[in-house]
Structures are given as structure tokens and as C-alpha cells.
Design a protein around this ligand. Structure first.
Ligand SMILES: C[S@@+](CC[C@H](N)C(=O)[O-])C[C@H]1O[C@@H](n2cnc3c(N)ncnc32)[C@H](O)[C@@H]1O
Length: 441
């Protein structure tokens, strides 16, 4: 008999998976609400559940291929609960330090005790399938390891193959299987060496301290003192690429929760931070307070925002499908679709058009998204430049970018980062960044 702790940690992983796949919750929301339902759970069991759910989500398309291949008749959509238990069971068999028989036994026990009749009814089927997987686990693991692209959702695999080619697709697929590091952006670059030494981290560029593993950040040295904030290395590039912003009036549009607002403010800019979400702006305010930085905060839809003065610089970090952040948000391939890419591409075009109107002549506008999709990056800029005679791209140069230039600069002079870049030291999020200016016409 499995212990209550063993069963509960698997139940927690199941609840999170159910809320992502059935209620379409994001990974972060499902994780927080799931954990809250088990207040007495030991940290060790929470860590197990977290590891189980992230490993399962990262391999989901491969796992589904195995499940579908093992069925005489396809498992219908209404049996998503059973599929979720099978996904978690196989994850333990193939990728985790759990004895095969224990993985089978606990999964079948949990299915038998499920409050849902339809799930309980599949106990025999689940038992037979999981036993077969357990028996062939070595071959299945070998198969899984031979082709990382099998872990990418088909709709994304097809798009990335077309956009990036097979070699890059393979590298990105491999990078997405790895637990990402934790990157901290430091407030004061003169302190970077001391912070890196204090936290036993690794220095990336002038502003990022990289720690090998994500974890509870509030207990780390320097958090309470506001010396740094969590921000992926790639996400720190757009502000760095704005150039010297000291004393300039900069609008940070789509600003919350404020990673880039803090970077701009700490570089000496007079920042106006605008976001439509009041809830997310509360987090921005907390962040500014903790880091002892300031910005003028405006809660507004950018499309309805008409400032009295134009700005020297604008940063537009537009809402996007976030396919570049899948290492930390493994729900994205499940809950986003091609329709979202197309819909958001339209939103981004409108936001860029409106934002550009608030820029002074000769000012700088940086447009960025954390999406790997061309429609949300390259195509937005192409369309905008074609339709806006006063807009001009200022291509990034090797001087602006530094050592990574040859890897991340596109032919047109924009930036395209991928999770596979710096892969040997933990990779980075996928971002698209373009720099524009306004000229008199
Ligand atoms: C990618 S996030 C921004 C991240 C932020 N720049 C940072 O570095 O922490 C996109 C933001 O756009 C905001 N947003 C979406 N549509 C908007 C709109 N029409 N007007 C203003 N903000 C919007 C969302 O509320 C969300 O906070």
C-alpha cells in the first residue's frame, strides 16, 4: 500500500494537469491553486509533484503518442481524466526516479479511488497499458531520447520547422526539455560581481546573475534589499538595447509586472509605465517599492491612452503567445493555438501603430515580444514599416549587442533569441526585438 504522502503528491500533480488541460489555466495559476489545496504537504512531496508535472508537460506530445499507440480504440476526449493519469504514470516510469512497479501500482490505485466514475471505470485498461509500458521502459526511453522534436506540440513543430529549419528545431526542442536556470537582473551594474559572488552565481553580460536552478527567491540574499529582480537574460536585452536613457522621458508600454520598468528607472530614465491590468500593476508597484525605484504609473489600455507630451523613447513589450517562454510556461503549447498567434499579431500591429504616435521625431522605439512566431515579430515590423513612411528601422550592430551578435542578430538587423542559444549554460527565452526611429517626412 502506498502512503498518503505518496498518493497526495501524485494527486496534486493530477489536479494541476487537470486545471491546465480542462480549465485552461496557466501553469503558474494551476500550480499556486493546486499547492494551496495541500497546506500540510511536506516540501519534499511538493517538489516531487512539481517535478512530475513539469516533466510530464515537457514530454506531453510524446506521451500522448505512446498512449494513442497502445489503444485498440482511441481514448475519447471525455476520457481526458484517464489520459491525464496515464500521462503522469508513464512520466514516472520513463523519466523519474520511481520504481516501475510503484509507478504502475500507485497510478492504478489513484484511478480506482478517483471520485469520477468514468475514470474509475478505466482502471483495468490503465493497469494493462502501464504494465506494458513498464515492461518496455528501456526501449521507450531510448525512443524518447532519440528525437527531442517528438516532444513539441504538432502545431508548433510544423511552424518552427518552416521558420527555423530542422537543425534549429532539434536544438530548440532539446533546450525545452531542460529545467531552466534562474536569472536575476541587478539594479546597479557596479554591484554585479559582488552579487554573483554572494549568490554563488554566474555572470552573464553586465546585468544578469544566473543561478543554476529556479527556487524560492524571497529567501535569497539581496531580495529584501531590492538589489535584483527575477528576469530572464533575454528579457533584459530590450532595455539594454535602448542605449543611454539617463534623464530621458521613456514610456514603458505594457509594463506590468515591471521587469523592464525597473531596468529603465535604475538606468536613470523618467519612466511612465502603462498597463491595462490593474492587478498586474499592483505587482509593478510592489516591485518598485522593494527596489526603491520610481515611475509614473498609468492604468490604461494603450489604444485609449493619449499623453499630453511625446516621449524621447518608447518600449513596447507587447502581449503575445509567449511561445519563447515555454521552458517556464509549459502550458503554452496546450492552451494556445494558431488562432491566438494570428489574433495577437493583429493586436500587436494596433499597439505598435498607436505607440509610435507618442514618439518624438528622432526618438527610439523598441518593439519586443517573447514569442518565437514570425507573425508576432518580423511580420509586425515588416507590415508597420511598409505602412508608416515616418518609421525607420535602426538595425542593431555588433557594437550594440556584443559577443552574442552573430547568433542573435537577424539579416535585417533585428534580434531573435532562441531557447537553444547559450544552450551549454542553460539557454535563454525566445525573444524578438526591433529598434525603430521616427523621421520627418
Ligand atoms: C509581456 S507582458 C509585459 C511584461 C513587462 N513589460 C515586464 O517586463 O515585466 C504584456 C503586458 O501587456 C499588458 N497589455 C495587454 N494589452 C494591453 C493594452 N491594450 N494596453 C495596455 N496593456 C496591455 C498585459 O496586461 C501585460 O501586463
Amino acid at each position: 500500500m502506498a502512503t498518503d504522502e505518496t498518493l497526495n503528491s501524485r494527486r496534486l500533480a493530477f489536479d494541476i494537469l487537470r486545471n491546465i488541460t480542462e480549465k485552461k489555466e496557466t501553469f503558474d495559476v494551476a500550480l499556486i491553486s493546486g499547492m494551496a489545496n495541500y497546506p500540510a504537504m511536506e516540501e519534499r512531496d511538493r517538489a516531487f509533484a512539481r517535478h512530475l508535472i513539469t516533466t510530464c508537460l515537457r514530454h506531453l506530445p510524446f506521451l500522448d503518442g505512446l498512449i494513442d499507440g497502445a489503444m485498440d480504440a482511441p481514448l475519447e476526449d471525455r476520457n481526458l481524466g484517464t489520459r491525464n493519469w496515464l500521462r503522469l504514470g508513464i512520466t514516472q516510469i520513463l523519466y523519474m526516479n520511481v520504481e516501475n512497479h510503484a509507478a504502475v501500482h500507485t497510478t492504478v490505485e489513484l484511478i480506482s479511488n478517483s471520485p469520477t466514475k468514468g475514470i474509475r471505470g478505466k482502471k483495468g485498461l490503465a493497469n494493462a497499458i502501464l504494465r506494458r509500458f513498464a515492461k518496455n521502459s528501456e526501449q521507450l526511453l531510448e525512443k524518447s531520447q532519440s528525437d527531442a522534436t517528438a516532444n513539441i506540440a504538432p502545431w508548433l513543430r510544423e511552424r518552427w520547422l518552416k521558420q527555423y529549419g530542422i537543425e534549429e528545431l532539434k536544438l530548440v526542442s532539446e533546450a525545452l526539455l531542460i529545467e531552466p536556470p534562474l536569472d536575476l537582473t541587478v539594479k546597479d551594474k557596479t554591484q554585479i560581481d559582488a552579487i554573483v559572488a554572494n549568490l554563488n552565481g554566474q555572470k552573464l553580460g553586465n546585468y544578469t546573475c544566473r543561478l543554476p536552478k529556479a527556487g524560492e527567491v524571497t529567501g535569497l540574499k539581496g531580495f529584501n534589499e531590492g538589489q535584483w529582480w527575477v528576469q530572464d537574460f533575454a528579457a533584459s536585452l530590450p532595455v539594454q538595447l535602448m542605449g543611454d536613457v539617463k534623464g530621458k522621458n521613456i514610456a514603458d508600454l505594457c509594463a506590468a509586472p515591471g521587469g523592464k520598468t525597473m531596468q529603465l528607472a535604475s538606468a536613470g530614465a523618467n519612466v511612465t509605465a502603462v498597463d491595462v491590468s490593474k492587478k498586474r500593476l499592483l505587482r509593478l508597484e510592489e516591485n518598485l517599492k522593494r527596489t526603491n525605484l520610481s515611475a509614473k504609473i498609468i492604468a490604461s489600455n494603450i489604444l485609449k491612452w493619449h499623453p499630453e507630451q511625446l516621449f524621447d523613447g518608447i518600449l513596447l513589450d507587447a502581449p503575445c503567445t509567449a511561445t519563447g517562454t515555454m521552458r517556464r510556461r509549459p502550458d503554452v503549447p496546450i492552451n494556445k493555438t494558431v488562432d491566438d498567434v494570428l489574433k495577437l499579431s493583429g493586436v500587436q500591429k494596433n499597439l505598435l501603430e498607436h505607440s509610435f504616435k507618442q514618439l518624438k521625431t528622432n526618438g527610439t522605439l523598441i518593439y519586443c515580444t517573447c514569442s518565437l512566431e514570425q507573425e508576432e515579430g518580423e511580420d509586425v515590423i515588416k507590415n508597420f514599416l511598409e505602412n508608416t513612411p515616418s518609421a525607420k528601422r535602426i538595425p542593431f550592430t555588433a557594437n550594440d549587442i556584443g559577443p552574442l551578435s552573430s547568433e542573435i542578430k537577424t539579416e535585417k538587423g533585428d534580434i531573435r533569441t532562441l531557447p537553444s542559444i547559450l544552450g551549454d549554460i542553460g539557454g535563454m527565452d525566445g525573444f524578438f526585438i526591433s529598434r525603430l526611429t521616427k523621421q520627418d517626412i
